[in-house]
Design a protein around this ligand. Sequence first.
Ligand code: BES
Ligand code: MN
Ligand code: MN
Length: 456
Amino acid sequence: MASEKVLAHLDANRDRHVDQLCDFLRIPSISSQSVHRDDVRRACAFVADELRGLGLEVETIETDGHPLVYAQTEQRADRRTLLFYGHYDVQPVDPLELWTTPPFEPRIADGIVYARGASDDKGQVYCHIKALEAYVRTGTELPVNVKFIIEGEEECGGHGIYRYTESHADKLRCDAVVISDTTLYNETTPGICYSLKGLTYMEIRVKGPDKDLHSGSYGGTVQNPANALAEIIAGLKDKDGRCTVPGFYDDVLDLDRDERDGFAALGYTDAILKAETGAPAAFGEAGYTTLERMWARPTCDVNGLVSGYGGEGAKTIIPARALAKVSMRLVPNQDPEAVAAAFAAHVKAIAPAGVEVEVINHHNAAPVLVPRQSPLMQAGMSALKQGFGADPVFIREGGSIPIVGTFQACLKAPVLLLGYGLSTDNIHSPNEKFDLVNFWNGARTTAILLAEAARG
Ligand code: BES
Ligand code: MN
Ligand code: MN
């Protein structure tokens, strides 16, 4: 248990912490849009200033893209070291008209803060910062050495942090990496995440005639890129919802009996899925439950599809081009590069004659699996139980955090995924939100973790 003084300080400062979080959320740090370049830097400076104010040694590290913040407390040889990772950048906000209030004007209603980045990931990063603040401000000796590495390119697939981790493994050396960028199981049950999906993100470009053609004059004489792309996409999956890219499932690690039983015991139902998503029905790979599909089966999905005329009324053309963005969410032990290559070869093989097809691999992330039994997991479980006042369950996530694989490979330290969000927080969607109870409990949990990790 963290000292009562530390926890009492967190409780006494709740309102101020929310006000300060709102200041952080007001900065529109959208990493993928160049008009926000300066805003991204302001968010970086916000984090750096905050950590400097707590007496840490802080560095802003320039990269080819957006800067990193590195910070550390005094590093004592007789203490363990925790490295906290998070990201201060956020996703774009479109479609803006679906936000009830503007995304960068935080609004608090019924104990929930609404703003882009509230849950993913500014609010969760702030739990770490405020936990540390409580130790510093109460003059409580830290049970562990603390390091922070906070990036500004998580949401845009930037590479700055990979290069930095590879070249500064010694500086980032730690006994464990702690990340709060995932979710609780639900409102009443904390969860500890032991697996993230990986990702390979592809684009298919289909080129036909030099320009859009009159569909009466030329229709039936040349291949239509939109039709051709539809044929390609139809060839990516079968009727049972399985991906047809050759070798796609070869390296997939099957769920063990324990995991399947554990998932089933959580009592997730398709009614919950329908309520959360508004989808008319559950759908997915035959032979698996919804939770198994969500957490442990690889996927292949069109993320965007563009061709021809979509405006008012009718326009009679054969479009010159068609484009699709396709993501494959991967599971242990699939290899993103190998899947990307197999995908490209498959698309070329099934493409109909009469068009030129180009396949681009945008970015990749390795899937993550960490052991469920370890002293670090025990420390995380214990911290969650005390911080949220309920027994945590084991969960997996369908989302990806690309740097985790690099941390595992370069730092050779165990990773703890201690998420404080909810799957209903609307991350990447309009009206993103973060429950203030989870914010406060997240800060408490982090404070307790420092003590638990020192012991475990
Ligand atoms: N925090 C998310 C990852 C996540 C999503 C965890 C859902 C748990 C549940 C992270 O910021 C994210 O959005 N990752 C991207 C990575 C991509 C841009 C390479 C993702 O999963 O799409
Ligand atoms: Mn995130
Ligand atoms: Mn995200």
